[in-house]
Design a protein around this ligand. Structure first.
Ligand SMILES: [Zn+2]
Length: 346
């Protein structure tokens, strides 16, 4: 996770698809190269379609080895772990960007962890430093998402939108927010001024985007409230459709979108509507496959509900929207089907 405007350009370009040991791959999809205004970055060498796995990489070091809050001890522990790695990997680690090289020059190995570590899972405290993934720069409108796959103990990077040849691979270091919030967090935590596609919009377009994002946050809050899901499902459905429109307008393709579908799955299940529950959990599952691969743990976990939504704990058989899973209409035109799915809210 290196905002690499001051990254040392010492690491030779490599085109490893899977990042293992820095070996070049015959099927390279990207290369490490200079990116104007950002230092180094990963750039795709061919057109990439959504759902393509661009990297799958094991960490060089994880923070599990750190057992002390004392900075000197931490530095020693990191040095011990680093010395066990092959020389090439040690060099790759040391060449990563350190945001804290000026403020704390005596703890460079810790600075690299603080600048580059990704959490190994949602809300996970253990982090990992990845030699190639750390080179991916930030965008508030990213073209990939990262996912820690605990089954293989690797971080994967999947394209979530089409990436034309010669385009930089970008991920988001932050969960979202309006432009002022995003810029402040990126400056405070990562030490750079964001000039991404979204933040560089003309003033009026940026204001419109901010208004949509602020509205999306309010809608998301309303939809995530269990009381609303139980007592006002019609309102939740209407707001969910509005939220989906905003995500489409803003090009949001990350976990917020798949979570929206999962919320709708649970709500329909809670009101006995197995037909719509099945559709929404299928959309959720398809997005997870696209962003995390078929062998994602999250995909395995929800596949059961695509087949049998009633097996999820949210199912209430006597709900007011009662349908059977087999009641999903067939042979409808797209707009007709959307009208059915969203209960008239299109
Ligand atoms: Zn930005």
């Amino acid at each position: 996770m290196a905002p690499s405007s001051t990254s040392p350009p010492t690491s030779p370009p490599h085109t490893s698809q899977n990042g293992e040991n820095g070996e070049n791959s015959q099927n390279a999809l990207w290369t490490l190269q200079d990116v104007p205004g950002k230092g180094k970055g990963l750039v795709v060498t061919q057109d990439v379609t959504p759902g393509t796995c661009l990297l799958s990489e094991a960490p060089l070091i994880t923070t599990e080895i750190i057992t002390s809050f004392d900075m000197d001890s931490t530095e020693q522990q990191l040095l011990g772990a680093l010395n066990k790695l092959p020389k090439a990997d040690q060099e790759r680690y040391r060449s990563l960007h350190n945001n804290f090289s000026d403020s704390d020059p005596t703890h460079p190995l810790s600075g690299i962890v603080r600048s580059n570590a990704y959490p190994l899972g949602v809300e996970e405290e253990v982090g990992g430093v990845f030699a190639d993934i750390a080179r991916i720069n930030h965008s508030c409108r990213p073209n990939v998402v990262q996912y820690w796959n605990p089954l293989f103990e690797k971080m994967t990077i999947y394209a979530v939108r089409a990436i034309p040849k010669g385009t930089e691979i970008t991920t988001s270091y932050i969960p979202g927010g309006v432009s002022q919030e995003r810029k402040q967090i990126l400056k405070d935590h990562f030490g750079f001024d964001c000039t991404c596609e979204l933040c560089s919009l003309p003033e009026d377009k940026l204001r419109q985007s901010d208004e949509r994002i602020a509205r999306a946050e309010k809608l998301d809050e309303m939809i995530g409230n269990s009381k609303n899901i139980y007592y006002a499902p019609e309102e939740v459905m209407k707001n969910a459709r509005s939220l989906l429109n905003i995500y489409e307008q803003e090009g949001i393709k990350d976990g917020r979108l798949s979570r929206l579908y999962f919320d709708l799955f649970q709500m329909c299940n809670m009101h006995g509507d197995l037909a719509r529950a099945r559709c929404f959990v299928k959309y959720h599952c398809d997005l997870k496959k696209l962003a995390e691969g078929k062998d994602s743990k999250n995909v395995y976990e929800v596949l059961l509900y695509v087949k049998s939504p009633q097996k999820h704990g949210s199912y209430e058989p006597d709900g007011k929207w009662k349908t059977a899973a087999s009641d999903v209409p067939k042979g409808m035109k797209a707009t007709e089907f959307a009208n059915w799915l969203w209960r008239g809210n299109i």
